[in-house]
Design a protein around this ligand. Structure first.
Ligand SMILES: *Cc1c(COP(=O)(O)O)cnc(C)c1O
Length: 232
């Protein structure tokens, strides 16, 4: 694990990247939030994030996150960014301030029920496979209207926007197309449902400039902040 000083340096370098990308696309630095991704790293990664002033961190597996949260070592909120199975919806609702990986009506219904049980409004993003990557989770673009319609009708669910993961491809134009698809879909859905979907969670260490150019409001950054992971 890197030191806090190294982490703070990485945060500064990340801020420079964001500032440049925002400038280049006529956007404001403040429009792009960072979600540090602490998966595979010790709980110190969440402590560093809290110390630096981040409000939340991202984890991709429920079990790993629950173990870290139980240590109560960092004053920070936790967001789920990895695939969620319905049988873990209860633990997810109990532990995550926001779940970015909601991709089915079945999962929405289960989360609504579990959130009701604990008198919580569960904040979510709908994960869309905007790059049409067979290897990625997320609802298909065509399924998004039905998914949103369902979410808007659930009392204990609050939909804040959309999330996507770009296909693995050395050609960053592939990521750009994926991110543009997500933004266009968001605009269409806002019109169709007269709903507000302000959040576009897109962009990671390798493609965040492309995501910012296409309108990202949250970039999820792991390796650039914490160094390479030992496993996925
Ligand atoms: C791991 C992960 C990230 C962070 O990836 P880096 O390339 O390390 O920045 C972002 N989003 C999701 C969904 C992830 O699983």
């Amino acid at each position: 694990m890197i030191s806090y000083g190294e982490f703070a340096d990485n945060c500064k370098r990340l801020e420079e990247r964001i500032r440049k990308a925002a400038d280049a696309s006529g956007r404001k630095f403040e429009e792009v939030a960072v979600l540090p991704v602490t998966k595979t790293h010790p709980v110190a990664a969440a402590q560093y994030s809290a110390q630096y002033g981040f409000k939340s961190v991202g984890e991709n597996r429920v079990q790993e996150a629950v173990e870290k949260i139980a240590q109560n070592a960092a004053d920070i909120e936790w967001e789920l960014i990895g695939h969620l199975q319905t049988n873990k919806a209860k633990a997810a609702a109990a532990n995550f301030a926001r779940i970015q990986s909601v991709d089915s009506i079945k999962l929405l219904a289960k989360l609504d029920k579990e959130a009701a049980e604990i008198s919580k409004t569960q904040r979510v993003l709908l994960q869309i496979n905007a790059g049409r990557d067979p290897a990625k989770f997320g609802a298909e673009i065509e399924e998004a209207p039905a998914l949103l319609e369902c979410a808007l009708g659930l009392e204990n669910i609050s939909v804040e926007g959309l999330m996507t993961i770009a296909p693995l491809d050395e050609d960053l134009d592939t990521a750009s197309r994926c991110f543009a698809n997500l933004r266009n879909l968001r605009d269409e859905l806002e019109n169709k449902f007269s709903a507000k979907l302000p959040e576009l969670s897109m962009g990671m260490s390798g493609d965040l400039e492309r995501a910012i150019a296409e309108g990202s409001t949250v970039i999820r950054v792991g390796s650039f902040l914490f160094g390479e992971r030992e496993y996925f």
